[in-house]
Design a protein around this ligand. Sequence first.
Ligand SMILES: [Zn+2]
Length: 469
Amino acid sequence: MTAHTLFAESALLPDGWASDVLFEIASDGSIAALLPDAAGHPEAAYAHRVAGPVLPGMPNLHSHAFQRAMAGLTEQRGQAGSAGEDSFWTWRQVMYGFVGQLTPDQVQAIAAQLYVEMLKAGYTAVGEFHYLHHDPEGRPYADFAELSERIITAAQVTGIGLTHLPVLYGYGGFGGQPAGTGQRRFLHDANGFLRLINRLLQRHDGNPQVRIGMAPHSLRAVTAEMLKETLHGLDEFDDEAPIHIHIAEQVKEVEDCRAWSHQRPVEWLLNNQAVNGRWCLVHATHMTEGETARLARTGAVVGLCPTTEGNLGDGFFQAPEFLRQRGVFGIGSDSHISVSPVEELRWLEYGQRLLYRRRNMLAVNGNASPSVGAALYRAAVAGGAQALGRPIGQLAPGHRADLVVVDTEKPALLGKAGDVLLDAMVFAGNENPVRDVMVGGKWLVTEGHHVAEHAVLARYRATLAQLMA
Ligand SMILES: [Zn+2]
């Protein structure tokens, strides 16, 4: 059944830009039909005419929602007693202090504000890599899925599509080292973790806006046995559920992995797990050429988070080599130091330009357009959709009606169309180029404003007042 129809003068479809596109949106929030060159179609006269070019919404494949509230609080030298030698690991100390005190209400308020900001920036779905499970003493809440439910509620209140990825966190370092006090809110054994997945599937399976997957935190936080047991358990529930893992983000992590296994992290994972298109390897910063080629061939998605990777001093992903091997990637905002798909894509390209002292680096294989901004946008949408395991990322029948209307009245975008518009968006626009956003067939953002932004902001403001007191 058709709920409503839209008409767009231009839209980015899977085969490229199309003109005069009529969209029929089904009442379940999916695209029922889509007809290009439909200016003369009888329904075109009655359809809602969108105010600018239409893009598929960008999936944000990697998020730790609570970290949004600490953006800007970790940019002072010597925090965590580091005597000026600040690193990922001293940042992590500050983060543990922050996360240690959060209440369920605060977690929900922060996530809702973040998701409003994501929607306004053009992210229409998020992969929430969720490791905060227990109370501040490390005890399960009365409902052991409490904090997962808070994230799911925040997604439902704001309307963003959610792939919820409860994190499996068992240990404090490679080879089953005991976890520290700062990690006690994160911990499960294999049975407890599978109980959580099962509970979430029972409650949310069948909701087209929510998908449940899992995220072994990293090779630091699980043992080989625990990984095997939980992946087997997940397969019994859903053998296509997405699997995300942090990997090879830091040089120290690579060194510790070699000391433990005589293999590098990506090498170990590829040797010990059947990595395929269900997997998303987040960061994968430190790889040899051989690992890069092997990983690309698996069809797994690499989850790149350039602003966080820059903020934490991670290093540069081997993007040119990975793309030469037809590797799949998507983008995430991870720590949320920035909430902007434009900034993630720009940093991804600029990092490589600065590293290699060349221009227009990241042309994507199989994409006929020479336009770098367009190639990056399209590749990140496709890879993000794959990583989130939901029918998103394409303006095509059967996919969710998740779309973004670009505001071509922004000065940087005036007179630009097609792939050049995407180049201008990615490289020249500092103003948010997003005007309207639809997710699952519902308009959530119109003329730059989210339907629930005032109520969500009021709760966030009260939360920040508590946290900063
Ligand atoms: Zn992360």
